[in-house]
Design a protein around this ligand. Structure first.
Ligand code: SME
Length: 150
């Protein structure tokens, strides 16, 4: 993966005239295209009044999990703990919400705005243990760049 190229593409996307949801969808698409081991890329957005995560823009297979309570699954745990979770082997953990039998691993990165959790980037991979510090650094930097969209 070419991290600098991805940052430039994200910066360009943030500058264009489209609506925030279109920008988020474009960022999902570019991540999926640029990083071979990203098979499903999406956003879950906090609904504070109900304390649940709502599925936002995504690319990849449709998922039934359009609402996830805070605390449930990997996504819900990240919303609760406000820190990145990497699961290199999803068959190995409890409190996991399976979206597809093809998914082997997952990374979820919080989007923080003014010290509050507002959303998260969720990425599923069909590869076993593909994630490194570079993925974490890439996605945490993007999370910081896009926080104003929420
Ligand atoms: N696997 C996630 C659910 C969301 S899907 O991956 C799109 C979880 O355990 O929270």
């Amino acid at each position: 993966m070419n991290i600098e190229k991805i940052y430039n593409l994200v910066d360009e996307t943030l500058l264009d005239d489209s609506a925030n949801n279109e920008k988020l969808k474009a960022i999902c698409s570019l991540l999926k295209e640029e990083v071979h081991h990203y098979d499903w890329v999406g956003f879950y957005i906090l609904d504070k009044s109900q304390n649940i995560l709502l599925l936002g823009p995504y690319v990849g297979e449709p998922t039934d999990h359009t609402k996830i309570p805070v605390g449930k699954g990997v996504c819900g745990q990240v919303a609760e703990n406000c820190s990145t979770m990497i699961v290199q082997d999803v068959s190995n953990i409890d409190n996991y919400i399976a979206c597809s039998i093809d998914v082997q691993s997952e990374i979820v990165v919080p989007v923080m705005k003014d010290n509050d959790f507002v959303a998260e980037i969720d990425i599923d991979s069909h590869a076993f243990a593909p994630f490194t510090n570079r993925d974490q650094e890439l996605l945490e930097t993007i999370a910081s760049k896009i926080k104003e969209l929420f």
